[in-house]
Design a protein around this ligand. Sequence first.
Ligand SMILES: NC(=O)c1ccc[n+]([C@@H]2O[C@H](COP(=O)([O-])OP(=O)(O)OC[C@H]3O[C@@H](n4cnc5c(N)ncnc54)[C@H](OP(=O)(O)O)[C@@H]3O)[C@@H](O)[C@H]2O)c1
Ligand SMILES: [Zn+2]
Length: 343
Amino acid sequence: MKAVLHRAFGGTDVLELVEVPDPEAGPGEVLVEVRATGLNRLDVLQRQGPALLPGFVLPHIAGMDVAGSIAAVGPGVTSVHVGDRVVVNPALQCGTCELCVSGQDAFCPSVKVVGGNHPGGYAELVAVPATHVHAIPAAMSFEEAAAYPTTFSTAWHALATTARLQIGEWVMVHAAGSGVSVAAIQLAKRMGAHVIATAGSAAKLELATRLGADAVVNNRTGDVVGAAKEVTGGRGVDVVFDHVGPALFQASLFALRAQGRMVFCGTTTGTDATFNLPYAYHFGLRLLGADPYSFAEFGEMIDYVLAGGFDPVIDRTYPLADTAAAQDRLEAGDVLGKVVLVP
Ligand SMILES: NC(=O)c1ccc[n+]([C@@H]2O[C@H](COP(=O)([O-])OP(=O)(O)OC[C@H]3O[C@@H](n4cnc5c(N)ncnc54)[C@H](OP(=O)(O)O)[C@@H]3O)[C@@H](O)[C@H]2O)c1
Ligand SMILES: [Zn+2]
């Protein structure tokens, strides 16, 4: 099959379109003919290096969010059939370790992530466990289906499970144009919350408004803290959802109400943030790291999202041969929503 891989860390020139042996569906597995793969920031970070996921090895085929049709089923698979249209849950927990069997599979030490530390969707074929594919509605395109898994599960887990966002609360969502935040804005609205979105350009703020944000503020030129206070009558927002990292960390804490919750899950602007300790403890701020989603949670999320009413916002699609251009676009930061590869 054709695949795009990288044998070394570096710029997009390390990405090579090559011929590699077809993967095979082992016992309990299915072979997915990839029809669309959503790009994520992790693809870029692990191409630049160093790798973020344990167990990552070069050469690596990236691509976490895969949609396609079943090309073959391995021994013992009866739940899925050749030709079924599916989307893949990229987090492949072992299912047998102590944590997996005690309901803490999100922390499985042997987890494999499709496109993260396991061959991914920058390829014509991917083999995954049959338990990790979900049927997609007949009317939904492969491109749309491939735009949901990582961004929507990340936002779902951060807002619903970790921050326990409540109806009527105000949540500030940074980087409104990013894949994760496009999901977060829509999910927060469906949870009955009010959303104040921040981003670095007018086009991204317009997108946020179209997706339902109640208020917007430019986080490069505007006053993020002042805007949070203004929409809440001086109190501060109940929750901030951040995946940008250090760039907005301190401002996010200042934007919160007393005992407000800061839920964070990303490192786009770096891995180390500094903030004023007395301010954080004096106001009883809750700093909530968003841990990985569980197997069960992914199933709930994908059923909910595929049932309709959401827009994953597809920025642009590229053929596999243009993977470098697709990653360049993501890296440049002008993306509105998701960049999708169509192998
Ligand atoms: N923990 C998890 O489970 C998990 C899962 C998925 C993703 N993530 C993380 O979440 C982050 C977002 O992922 P993604 O795929 O949605 O990324 P993305 O679409 O590439 O978006 C990144 C965003 O970062 C913003 N940004 C860049 N530099 C900035 C700065 N100096 N100040 C403010 N904003 C800045 C940009 O916002 P503007 O729109 O304002 O320019 C851009 O839209 C990544 O760090 C990723 O690793 C974590
Ligand atoms: Zn396990």
